[in-house]
Design a protein around this ligand. Structure first.
Ligand code: PBG
Length: 335
């Protein structure tokens, strides 16, 4: 009779397993990304992300109603403008698609936490997250490097600050810069303060890697670079200490929360940042990580709900306080 191992005694019934569970997941820890575009009555499925749709502002409100009912932690908004240009001017337009979306959301659901992604890549004709050097299309001194064309750092900061301030003016609760330019948190903090938005926190995408797992997002947001890639500003997946340096720099400049991205491919980074940073840590369960599970589940190769729940649990267990995930609604619906 007495042949249970000590570990197995506590795994015997679902009630016991629930009682001793170390990591809990709940809807208020999850943030749902939403894509908003121009027009009316638009609801356009994203082919590479089953269950994800781009909507116009009216559809955004329908989605937000469910987010509030389900008790999710909040939403993060991405805009897809009708027109793009060299400098990404749609990013800070008062009547830009994100600005209109935020105003509508806060008017209908004042209690909903609305986070905005601050970046230029959805708004630039070339698809990079910052301004390009004038001669960027000419053959460069670093020929052979796929990271070209070169993105200008300091000239971009001013535009990011302008973008963040326009989001705050529209009513955003949190701004989340995802561009990975150096010095952007300081520039954005200063820009916000200058306009009296001392109370608007910054969630910095501090450790953002140049990842293959962003592919489906770039389909959804039409933001794939026309030439080159993002390795000149996003982090090398081989590095770990560098993530901590990015986090310290952003905290020095005034970040209130930090994000690690992607999530499943960076569980070790989430863990280190959680142990060392001392601020709330978010992790972005990105488009490719979501799509991989959804695609396998569609083929019957994985159990969607079990695999997704396990993935989110692993991200929490690594130390994320907040998870940005396209699966937030499905998770909350089954609670
Ligand atoms: C914008 C941005 C990206 C993502 C979030 N913000 C794309 C990128 O950096 O290429 C990716 C999110 C996802 O893959 O789900 N810079």
């Amino acid at each position: 009779m007495d042949d249970f191992f000590r570990g197995r005694r506590l795994r015997r019934t679902s009630g016991l397993r629930r009682l001793v569970r170390e990591t809990r997941l709940s809807p208020e820890q999850l943030v749902l990304p939403l894509f908003v575009e121009e027009g009316e009555g638009v609801r356009r499925p994203v082919p590479s992300m089953p269950g994800v749709e781009r909507t116009s502002v009216d559809g955004l409100l329908d989605d937000a109603r469910e987010v509030v009912e389900l008790g999710l932690g909040g939403v993060i908004l991405f805009g897809i403008p009708r027109a793009k240009d060299e400098v990404g001017s749609g990013a800070w337009a008062t009547d830009g698609v994100v600005q209109r979306g935020v105003r509508a959301l806060k008017e209908s659901f004042p209690q909903l936490v609305v986070i905005t992604d601050v970046c230029l890549c959805e708004y630039t004709s070339h698809g990079h997250c910052g301004l390009l050097e004038a001669d960027a299309s000419a053959p460069s001194a670093t020929a052979g490097s796929t990271a070209d064309p070169r993105v200008r750092n300091d000239a971009t900061l001013e535009l990011l600050a302008r973008t963040a301030a326009s989001h705050a003016r529209a009513g955003a609760d949190v701004v989340a810069p995802s561009d990975m330019m150096d010095g952007r948190i300081g520039a954005i903090r200063e820009g916000l303060n200058r306009e009296g938005f001392h109370h608007v926190p910054i969630l910095s995408y501090a450790a953002k890697y140049a990842s293959a797992f962003y592919g489906p997002f770039r389909d959804a947001a039409d933001s794939t670079p026309m030439a080159g890639d993002r390795r000149g500003y996003q982090m090398d997946p081989a590095n770990s200490d560098e993530a901590l340096r990015e986090v310290w720099a952003d905290l020095d400049e005034g970040a209130d929360m930090v994000m690690v991205k992607p999530a499943l491919a960076c569980l070790d980074i989430i863990h280190r940042v959680h142990r060392e940073a001392g601020v709330p840590v978010a992790a972005y369960h990105v488009s490719g990580e979501y799509a991989a599970i959804m695609a396998a589940a569609e083929r019957g190769w994985l159990d969607q709900e079990a695999a997704m729940t396990e993935a989110l649990l692993a991200i929490r267990r690594a130390g994320a306080d907040i998870i940005v995930t396209y699966w937030a609604r499905q998770f909350a619906r089954t609670r």
